[in-house]
Each structure stands twice: as structure tokens, then as C-alpha cells.
Write a protein that binds this ligand. Structure first.
Ligand code: G3H
Ligand code: ZN
Length: 286
């Protein structure tokens, strides 16, 4: 069923695993992620950035595609459709109106007071209709679609501010930037585990790790131990799907039927997502 994130994340946090947010980019991603979740018997969060929504034909189109595929595949696991890095109250309301079951309001580029104010308004509206909300503090480096944060701007979240934001807003889960990066890492990731531990004990709600691509398994396990119940992955699925397309087209340069190169891409995404579900411990938890 289509559900909000709150129940699945509270269960994950209580039981010591994390639910993956896998971002949608096109129809094949949507198919692959839903099939992976059902085969792994795993709850799943479908992440939709504003850029991906524009590409795929808008929020409503995506909700309709997801609902149709869930029916077609007889999906029984809990599925959330989540606005990733929502840039404004307006975008969050549009996503909710279209049928999204969860939204992120990313006010991390605003001063704290403004971030709190806008997040609070989103929570009031979302909770009135059973939609869950994620907020962010600090600045996650790297690039995802329209969101670009260079090395100098990337900043670790401050624990006291995290506590203030979570208490003032009533969000369901919270993403403190702690050194993770959108897109491939330049060198080894350097996650702020001391801050993480402190923030976890201060806020108590499920934490969210953005930039899940390229983080070593040992760090993933530690992040889960320190309160993370949601891990976002996009680039890794994009890399595996692009690799599959390149391989097929290199082998058969005359190929032109998209089903013959996007089919293998879809298989590759599915394998990537299934492996992540196993790594995060969400397999067989639905
Ligand atoms: O919000 C989406 C994620 O944080 C994805 O990060 O593309 O580095 O896996 P990633
Ligand atoms: Zn992100």
C-alpha cells in the first residue's frame, strides 16, 4: 500500500535497520525499484526531486504511474512517494495535492529561524492530511539536479540547532548534514560520527542520510547504529543503469530499439536497489 514514511521509519529505527529512499528518474527506475522492494519484501521510499518531476511529466503523472505499477505488480510492501529536497511551501503543497504521501522541505540554505518557520508551516499542512515531513539542517555538498553546494559552502549541522528545529516543527524525520555528499565522493567520505551520536540523542526521531552513494558498508552500519533510519540513494542506480546501456550499445552499435538497451538498464537498477536493501537491513521487514 501507499503510506507515509512515519510508521516505516519509526519501526526501522526501533529495530535497527534503515529504509532506502531510491530516486525516480524515469519509468524504468520506477519499475525496477518497485519490483526490487516486492522481491526483497522491503518497505521502500520513492524519492522524487523537482527536476525528476519536471522530466517525468509532473507530480500527478508520477503518482498515477506508481499507483498503476503497484496494481500491475501486486505490490504488498509499504511504499511512500516522497518529494526530495522540496524547495518551497508551494512545491510541497503541490506534491501533497497530487497524492504524494511524504515531503521534504529543504530550508537548509535559509537562516535557522526562517528554516524553522517554513518547515513548521509545511508540517501543519502535511500532518492535517496524514503526510510525513522531512527537514534538513547544515549543507550537504555536491550536486543533485538544481541543488549545487560547493566544497566551501558544505557545512556540518550544529547539534543545538538540530534540537531547536526538530522540537519547534514536529517533523517526522530529520536530515543533519554531516559530511555526506550528493553524487560521487572525491576521496573517502568523512562522516561526523561524534556529531551524529549527539544529534541522535538530542532529537530522538529517525535521522536521514543523504548522499548514500559510495559510503562504505562499515560507515552505513555505524550511521544506522547512530539513529539513521532512512538512507537516500540515487547516483549509484544512475551509474549502474548507464553502465548497462553503454555495454549493450558498445557490443551492438546498430541497436536502436530502446527496450533492448533500457531493459538491461532496468535490470541493473533492480540489482543495485536489492543489494542496498540487503545492506541497509530492510529486506524481509515488510
Ligand atoms: O536526495 C537524494 C540523495 O541524497 C541521493 O544522493 O545521488 O549521492 O546517492 P546520491
Ligand atoms: Zn539529498
Amino acid at each position: 500500500p501507499l503510506v507515509s514514511m512515519s510508521e516505516m521509519l519509526n519501526k526501522a529505527k526501533a529495530e535497527g535497520y534503515a529504509v532506502g529512499q531510491f530516486n525516480l528518474n524515469n519509468l524504468e527506475f520506477t519499475q525496477a525499484i518497485l519490483q526490487a522492494a516486492e522481491e526483497e519484501k522491503s518497505p521502500v521510499i520513492l524519492g522524487v526531486s523537482e527536476g525528476a518531476a519536471r522530466y517525468m511529466g509532473g507530480f500527478k503523472t508520477i503518482v498515477n504511474i506508481v499507483k498503476s505499477l503497484m496494481e500491475e505488480y501486486n505490490v504488498t510492501v509499504p511504499v511512500a512517494i516522497h518529494l526530495d529536497h522540496g524547495s518551497s511551501l508551494e512545491k510541497c503543497v503541490q506534491a501533497i495535492h497530487a497524492g504524494f504521501t511524504s515531503v521534504m522541505i529543504d530550508g537548509s540554505h535559509h537562516p535557522l529561524e526562517e528554516n524553522i518557520a517554513i518547515t513548521k508551516r509545511v508540517v501543519e499542512i502535511a500532518h492535517a492530511v496524514g503526510v510525513s515531513v522531512e527537514a534538513e539542517l547544515g549543507r550537504i555538498g555536491g550536486q543533485e539536479d538544481d541543488l549545487i553546494v560547493d566544497d566551501a559552502e558544505a557545512a556540518y549541522a550544529i547539534p543545538s540547532e538540530c534540537k531547536a528545529l526538530v522540537e519547534a516543527t514536529g517533523v517526522d524525520c530529520f536530515a543533519p548534514a554531516l559530511g555526506s555528499v550528493h553524487g560521487p565522493y572525491k576521496g573517502e567520505p568523512n562522516l561526523g560520527f561524534d556529531h551524529m551520536k549527539e544529534i541522535d540523542s538530542l532529537v530522538g526521531i529517525p535521522l536521514v542520510l543523504h548522499g548514500g552513494t559510495g559510503i562504505p558498508t562499515a560507515d552505513i552500519k555505524k550511521a544506522i547504529e547512530f539513529g539513521h533510519a532512512k538512507i537516500n540513494v540515487n547516483t549509484e542506480s544512475q551509474i549502474s543503469s548507464a553502465k548497462a546501456v553503454r555495454e549493450v550499445l558498445a557490443e551492438k552499435p546498430d541497436m536502436y530499439d530502446p527496450r533492448k538497451y533500457l531493459g538491461p538498464a532496468r535490470d541493473a537498477i533492480k540489482e543495485t536497489v536489492k543489494a542496498k536493501m540487503q545492506e541497509f537491513g530492510s529486506s524481509n521487514q515488510a
